[in-house]
Design a protein around this ligand. Structure first.
Ligand SMILES: NC(=O)c1ccc[n+]([C@@H]2O[C@H](COP(=O)([O-])OP(=O)(O)OC[C@H]3O[C@@H](n4cnc5c(N)ncnc54)[C@H](OP(=O)(O)O)[C@@H]3O)[C@@H](O)[C@H]2O)c1
Length: 303
């Protein structure tokens, strides 16, 4: 479609009282293949609803297929889009991620949008199936492996997008190369902060690597959102925080914008808050740390 035809379609819809912005978004996602992790709850569930409403074909990697099935039913009922498929994937197991990626490759071949949204906040030290500290394993190594395993499919679907859900909590973290997994000394907030800092370093490094392939990579902070992420917080603190939190739907807005908006087609390697590019904290702009973390993550995941 050329620009003139596009304008005529927009004008026609505008005359019929449909927002031009909405039409632009539909054109970006309809019929496209999307993977969104962590779509069974919170921000991911709201983003899933919005993307399903845009008629995308969506695959949900889920650790609990029954829960995934219930969410699918709810979304199909609300949007009428039945191309929503939960597939088993436990992000705290590197093997489970490999199995998921292999199943996806076989069934779909091409990928247009990968959203690494799933996350956890463990305030006490816990380990994954591979004996890796949980915040580091689920929040950083899992999206690192998942993304790398699906790069060929993203190339096949180019122009394609990767979005990593990070957090402003990256300000509490530093990449502690001497003790990445908090084996010597553990702090929940530092460990979570480190994993969210790793999301930004990963985003920026990967963005450079795949620029030539017409794949964009961006990350974002959703705001402080009332979700299950804070389940481990003291109930009194949760109660105090509650009035300052935004709803999951509001928290998903930037994620949906990054998924669908044509405005950011060429934008890559950036950190977004409230749909705007923002400078992350200086530790997230350290290129040497990004390279070093990349190599260590490759070793961890056996890539
Ligand atoms: N909430 C906030 O204020 C806030 C602020 C900044 C950033 N974030 C980020 O936003 C993202 C979404 O979090 P949320 O707030 O929506 O939290 P949430 O309601 O707890 O949702 C987390 C999602 O991740 C999934 N998940 C967790 N561990 C998994 C595993 N091992 N395997 C597969 N899936 C797993 C959960 O699946 P189950 O349904 O099976 O549990 C759930 O779907 C996270 O990356 C978080 O760090 C949140």
């Amino acid at each position: 479609m050329n620009m003139a035809e596009y304008k005529i379609i927009c004008m026609t819809f505008a005359i019929r009282g449909i927002q031009v912005q909405k039409i632009k978004r539909v054109m970006v996602l309809a019929g496209k293949n999307v993977i969104i992790t962590g779509a069974t709850s919170g921000i991911g569930k709201e983003a899933l609803l919005a993307l399903a409403g845009e008629n995308a074909n969506i695959v949900m990697p889920v650790r609990n297929l029954e829960k995934g099935g219930h969410v699918r039913e709810h979304v199909v009922k609300k949007t009428g889009n039945s191309s929503i498929t939960p597939l088993e994937c436990n992000l705290s197991s590197l093997n489970s991620i490999r199995r998921f990626a292999a199943a996806y490759k076989k069934r779909y071949g091409m990928l247009h949008l990968l959203i690494n949204n799933a996350g956890t906040w463990q305030s006490k030290r816990k380990e994954t199936e591979d004996s890796i500290e949980m915040n580091f394993g689920v929040n950083h190594l899992a999206p690192f492996l998942m993304t790398n395993l699906l790069l060929d499919e993203l190339r096949a679907g180019a122009p394609s997008r990767i979005i990593n859900v990070s957090s402003n909590a990256h300000m509490y973290g530093r990449i502690n190369f001497n003790d990445l997994e908090g084996r010597k000394k553990f702090s929940g907030i530092r460990s979570y902060g480190q994993s969210k800092l790793a999301n930004i370093l990963f985003t920026r490094h990967l963005a450079e690597k795949v620029k030539k392939d017409n794949i964009t990579v961006n990350c974002m902070h959703p705001g402080v959102v009332a979700t299950n992420l804070f389940d481990q917080l003291n109930p009194v603190i949760r109660k105090i925080m509650r009035p300052f939190m935004i709803s999951p739907r509001k928290g998903a807005e930037t994620l949906v914008y990054l998924s669908a908006s044509p405005d950011i087609e060429k934008v890559t390697g950036e950190y977004f808050i409230k749909k705007k590019v923002r400078n992350p904290f200086p530790a997230a702009r350290n290129k040497k740390d990004a390279e070093r973390l990349w190599e260590i993550s490759r070793e961890y995941t056996g890539l």
